[in-house]
Design a protein around this ligand. Structure first.
Ligand code: SME
Length: 150
């Protein structure tokens, strides 16, 4: 299956999972599991904008190795995607200024913001051990998934 075919199979499954549930954390947990299993990524998960500490992302549901728990606004790929309120694709994380290395095995990354009423409420972060893993196809489908969660 091509990457596009995998996403096209996955999207309706995620749509029906999410449609029947209103709890954001439960939905993030299932989306992380669905993406992680379908693609075999290194790390797949969410950081949520903290309601308790202004200017921080806090680790949410994920699949993969343990990760950093808090990320400041504007820091790393996740904090940058939050600040810009747009998807950030990083072909080589070692060349991204300020990248936060939760794991030295990660070589490329995509972070997609989740917006609710025009504000970023969380980010979807996916890490790969290969370089250049993520492209416009990933952006297209992952932004579609992000809209289901917003
Ligand atoms: N690399 C991310 C941090 C999160 S972990 O990789 C799971 C970043 O720079 O935002």
């Amino acid at each position: 299956m091509t990457k596009q075919e995998t996403y096209q199979t996955l999207i309706p499954q995620i749509e029906s999972l999410v449609a029947g549930e209103t709890d954001a954390i439960a939905n993030m947990a299932n989306v992380a599991a669905a993406l992680h299993e379908a693609f075999g990524f290194w790390w797949t998960g969410f950081y949520r904008v903290s309601n308790e500490r202004i200017g921080e992302l806090i680790l949410g549901p994920f699949q993969g190795p343990i990760a950093c728990t808090r990320i400041p606004f504007g820091r790393g790929v996740c904090g940058t995607a939050w600040q810009r309120a747009e998807t950030v694709i990083v072909p080589n994380v070692h060349e991204f200024a300020g990248h936060i290395a939760c794991s030295s095995a990660s070589n490329s990354e995509i972070v997609v913001p989740i917006l609710h009423d025009g504000r970023v409420v969380a980010v979807l972060d996916i890490d790969s051990t290969d370089f250049n893993t993520f492209d416009e196809t990933d952006r297209h489908y992952l932004e579609q998934i992000a809209r289901m969660l917003g």
